[in-house]
Design a protein around this ligand. Structure first.
Ligand code: UDX
Length: 437
């Protein structure tokens, strides 16, 4: 079977490498020549654990190549559409320009027997509209949303929680073709749901909306906890023991960021409004506002601590929107740095992987090459991303590098007892402060 993947960003590059690892002859197509060139050498243009090995294996075996020429998708059995659907500038809606351009450029190369499979996250109704464009070529369309998390992208692609196929009524051939693509995934006993287009599209956006709501729910509890002196982590542990609620995605702190959850909940609301359901998803506006308020709160806490010691310089540990990623798109940690800079504070940041990406997005930010360099001369320490590297820091050693004796833990992730024993005051989000021992 021959496979093409249009769009070699995060989703597409991982998907193409995964398809090649399953033994398919795979070509990745992207308009960005430098990205194509790097991927062709087996080098991902972003940090993702496990991806370099997968890319190199595919390229080395001659099963995986990359090109800027969409004509090379001609004759493929399956063409995946994995281009981005970013937030439209000045609007909450998703920008479908890349999806439409991908389909338009592909159209002359489509023919009977080919299956076009959308993976991008799109507003409900998009698949039905695109099926009309694809049908006259003799090819068929299916929608197969992805649920991959950055940092776990390879694992989530090859061993997902479930596979969702959105197909036109009675399109058994599309289902069979997708089953052939995912044969080794299905052999693991993975649940596969065959749905209509609209349901498949909604599964993706509603899953993300639910996850975002879960995070903002616990962050709302954190706001209250701060006022009444409660501890949001213990609260999450307690409610999470109810199997109907579950403990996962109840970590209070700086909230969600990244290239998906924030823009997806906004695009979902915008689409609901177009469909006459503005009220139905109005609560997602509140989910968004709760999430953004956490960043203000963290910046305010850091400023309070700076003023308390008469200092001005903060070291932000963690700049990526989440650990195991160099992605700083809508990064809460970087946003807090921005807030502090605007308030005239001196900010130095460090991240195990996101130093370059953060420097590009916020060139005014001073970026250190190590934790020791970042904390030296800082008055207050702050933690913005829950990298394991930071959890594993020895606070006794950190205390030797810096005069700061307070750490604002924006992810409630440090072992407060250890930091307190090393002489630090630990300020969390939504929990009582821990004084130095
Ligand atoms: C998300 C979805 O999980 C994935 O299924 C979808 O395909 C794309 O969007 P991702 O953006 O990689 O994946 O990150 P995720 O692990 O979901 O985390 C999102 C954000 O929420 C991060 O900023 C993370 O730090 C934050 N988060 C997560 C919390 O603040 N608390 C939690 O309990 C969990």
């Amino acid at each position: 079977m021959k496979i093409a993947v249009i769009g070699c960003g995060y989703l597409g590059a991982v998907h193409a490498a995964a398809m090649a690892s399953l033994g398919f002859d795979t070509v990745g197509v992207d308009v960005d020549a430098s990205k194509v060139e790097r991927l062709g050498r087996g080098e991902p243009p972003f940090f993702e654990p496990g991806l370099p090995e997968l890319l190199r294996a595919g390229v080395g075996a001659g099963r995986l190549r990359f090109t800027t020429d969409v004509a090379e998708a001609a004759g493929s059995d399956v063409v995946f559409i994995a281009v981005g659907t970013p937030q439209l500038p000045g609007s909450d809606a998703a920008d479908l320009a890349f999806v439409d351009a991908a389909i338009a450029s592909l159209e002359p190369h489509l023919g009977a027997g080919m299956l076009v499979v959308g993976k991008s996250t799109v507003p409900v109704g998009t698949a039905a509209r695109l099926a009309e464009v694809v049908r006259p070529t003799g090819a068929r369309l299916a929608w197969n949303p992805e649920f991959l998390r950055e940092g776990f992208a390879v694992q989530d692609t090859l061993a997902p929680d479930r596979l969702v196929y959105g197909v036109e009524p009675g399109d058994d051939a599309a289902v069979e073709r997708l089953d052939a693509v995912y044969a080794s995934v299905l052999e693991r006993g993975t649940e596969r749901l065959v749905l209509d287009f609209a349901t498949a599209e909604l599964v993706k956006v509603s899953a993300n909306a639910f996850l975002a709501t879960k995070i903002s729910f616990i962050n709302a509890m954190a706001e209250l906890a701060e006022t009444v002196g409660a501890d949001v982590t213990l609260l999450a542990d307690a409610i999470g023991l109810d199997a109907r609620i579950g403990r996962r995605f109840l970590n209070a702190g700086l909230g969600f960021g990244g290239g998906c959850l924030p823009k997806d909940i906004r695009a979902f609301q915008a689409r609901a409004s177009e469909l006459g359901h503005a009220d139905t998803l109005a609560f997602l506006g509140e989910v968004d506002r709760i999430n953004l308020r956490r960043r203000d709160r963290m910046a305010a806490l850091i400023e309070r601590e700076l003023d308390a010691v008469g200092g001005d310089r903060v070291a932000m540990l963690g700049l990526a929107f989440k650990p195991d990623s160099d992605d700083v798109r809508d990064s809460p940690a970087l946003d807090v740095c921005r807030h502090l800079q605007r308030a005239g504070r001196s900010v130095v940041g460090f991240d195990p992987q996101a130093r370059e990406t953060a420097g590009r997005v916020l060139p005014s930010l001073e970026i250190a090459g190590s934790v020791a360099d970042a904390v030296r001369g800082a008055d207050v320490l702050a933690l913005g991303t829950e990298w394991r590297d930071f959890r594993e820091l020895d606070p006794v050693e950190v205390a030797q590098w810096t005069q700061a004796r307070v750490v604002v833990d924006g992810r409630n992730t440090l072992d407060a007892a250890r930091w307190s024993a090393a002489g630090f005051r630990v300020v969390g989000l939504g929990k009582p402060e821990v004084q130095p021992a």
